[in-house]
Write a protein that binds this ligand. Structure first.
Ligand code: URA
Length: 228
């Protein structure tokens, strides 16, 4: 990891040898698509499991088959996922694997290939860069796990959050999950949305001229979905 002072809103996954080995596979440029998907999915599962730790809980006591009580907990509050298309869709199955029949909304923000900023779209009622959004009707009463594998400039993620806020989601009920982050993206994001928790797998050195994370994985969506 780079020498970077992590804001308190950002939680890194435990930096152990398992995670490092998974990251090594997905970062290698010669990794096959099948392996990329398999090992990225394993990291996504770790992110989702960690994200669930930030949901509120209540005490719950159950009786075990021995007749004794076990003083445990139960999750309080309902959740949903929202993926930022297209790459965020790769994280949906990992969320479903942990949360059966979870509702998942989608937001598409188009990035301008020249400016690397979200594209300006005139007709959106919320935000002129938004291209498409389909969210659960009762999203305002839910905790939202926001899914996007790469936090680069933070531009798309911040637009997506604005869509959630415009749909009355509480800022402190959003948990943003991503595999790899750039310090620039984290800093911009926490400055604008200080109440949102970010869970990330690794933090890289920065961005190149094309706003790709370096060393990064290249284009996550293209490698996961097999497109150019
Ligand atoms: N999106 C990607 O897929 N890769 C990056 O490095 C940055 C954004």
């Amino acid at each position: 990891m780079v020498d970077y002072s992590l804001p308190s809103q950002c939680q890194l996954l435990e930096q152990n040898s398992q995670l490092k080995a998974l990251m090594t596979i997905i970062r290698a440029k010669d990794t096959s698509r099948a392996d990329f998907i398999f090992y990225a999915d394993r990291i996504i599962r770790l992110l989702v499991e960690e994200g669930l730790n930030y949901l509120p809980v209540v005490d719950k006591t159950v009786k075990t088959p021995t007749g004794a009580d076990y003083n445990g907990i139960d999750f309080k509050g309902r959740i949903c996922g929202v993926s930022i298309m297209r790459a965020g869709e790769a994280m949906e199955q990992g969320l479903r694997d942990c949360c059966r029949s979870v509702r998942i909304g989608k937001i598409l923000i188009q990035r301008d290939e020249d400016t690397h900023q979200p594209k300006r779209i005139e007709f959106s009622p919320w935000f002129d860069q938004l291209y498409y959004a389909k969210l659960p009707k009762d999203i305002e009463s839910r905790y939202v796990l926001l899914l996007d594998p790469m936090l680069a400039t933070g531009g798309s993620a911040m637009q997506a959050v604005q869509v959630l806020l415009d749909n009355n989601v509480r800022e402190d009920r959003i948990i943003f999950l991503n595999l790899i982050s750039a310090p620039e993206g984290i800093d911009a994001f926490v400055k604008r949305y200080p109440q949102i928790k970010i869970i990330t797998g690794e933090i890289d050195g920065g961005l190149d001229d094309n706003k790709y994370i370096v060393p990064g994985v290249g284009d996550f969506g293209c490698r996961y979905f097999g497109t150019d």
